[in-house]
Design a protein around this ligand. Structure first.
Ligand code: APR
Length: 308
């Protein structure tokens, strides 16, 4: 294939991402991990599924960062996942070291790539990735909003017993307990959910979305979600590689939009061949805006811990 995508980390999120990428026939995939043998084994296994699943993408596993050379997109999934009782912010210092060291490798071997960060705490790790690579801000974004929105969409579909794909949803803010689900911008085949679901149920669904990652951590006990995060990353990749210009909530660098600046946070963006091509500014209600700005304020405090 003539496109190449690097996935850093061959753990749960990384391997699932490689699988969905191969299934999408988007590009050849190189998966890098520090554990000897694991990326190689998973890569071979995924390549061998190709003839049965009908894809031509090759998945190569490696321990060498030099193998990411020439990648169009790098998806950063390396890092520790949460365990029960942990917040995403508890991972801050450990994952900042990993993100920093990987960022230096990306800068060295794939200096023209677009980077999608999945490692948590997401908005902070995306900021750190941009700072260490020094890449233009349109070339570095974080995967969170698509995941948070797909959780919201799934819960709405379950509530109404309708097709998942009919539901469109928007979730803004940080990827954490301060995220801001926007029921006003959530529709089923264009019908606002306020006309279909009683207020108290919308509130319950919004709340379940907000702590949706934690619900899965509690169930899994040894780690965090990976299928939906992987699927969300692949949708973002596709929009960039194929210049689809999809409007997807992503962690993007704000320069004054929503009254917020110098921080990465989840907002609707146009994702195309130039990465984050545009940030869409929705008209938010006072309480929605306050919640979004509150989310930003929390992250600014956390960035100080990283020395920013
Ligand atoms: N370079 C490459 N890979 C690394 C590095 C590094 N410097 N450090 C750690 N890894 C690898 C680990 O060896 C492991 O295989 O990252 C992988 C992480 O996999 P899991 O432990 O299965 O974690 P996962 O569930 O995939 O989550 C990864 O994504 O959603 C976020 O919060 C989650 O931060 C976490 C990340």
């Amino acid at each position: 294939m003539n496109k190449k995508i690097a996935v850093i980390g061959a753990g749960n999120v990384g391997a699932s991402t490689a699988m969905y990428l191969a299934e999408a026939n988007l590009a050849d995939v190189v998966m890098v991990d520090i554990i000897e043998g694991v990326p190689q084994g998973k890569g071979l296994d995924l390549s061998q599924a190709g003839p049965v699943r009908g894809y031509n993408a090759m998945v190569k596993g490696t321990n060498k960062f030099s193998d990411i050379k020439g990648s169009d997109i790098v998806i950063m999934t390396a890092g520790l996942p949460r365990k029960p009782g942990m917040s995403r912010e508890d991972l801050l210092n450990m994952n900042a070291d990993i993100v920093g060291s990987v960022a230096r490798e990306i800068k060295k071997y794939a200096p023209n790539s677009y980077v999608i960060v999945v490692s948590n705490p997401l908005d902070l790790m995306t900021f750190h990735m941009q700072k260490v690579t020094g890449f233009p801000k349109n070339r570095v974004c974080g995967q969170a909003g698509v995941l948070d929105s797909t959780r919201f969409r799934c819960f709405v579909a379950m509530e109404l017993n309708v097709s998942m794909t009919e539901v469109q949803a928007m979730v803004l803010g940080g990827h954490g307990d301060t995220m801001v689900p926007l029921p006003r911008y959530t529709t089923v085949a264009g019908i606002p959910i306020g006309e279909l679901i009683p207020k108290d149920r919308i509130k319950a669904i919004s709340e379940r979305t907000r702590v949706g990652g934690g619900e899965i951590v509690k169930l899994l006990k040894t780690g965090s979600a990976y299928y939906a995060p992987a699927a969300a990353s692949v949708q973002m990749c596709r929009s960039i590689l194929n210049d689809e210009k999809r409007v997807l909530p992503s962690s993007a660098y704000l320069t004054g939009q929503y009254g917020i600046k110098d921080i990465y946070i989840g907002v609707p963006v146009v994702l195309g061949a130039k990465g984050v091509e545009r940030i869409i500014e929705l008209k938010l209600s006072k309480s929605e805006l306050t919640a979004l700005q509150g989310s930003a304020k929390t992250y600014k405090e956390h960035l100080k811990i990283l020395g920013y």
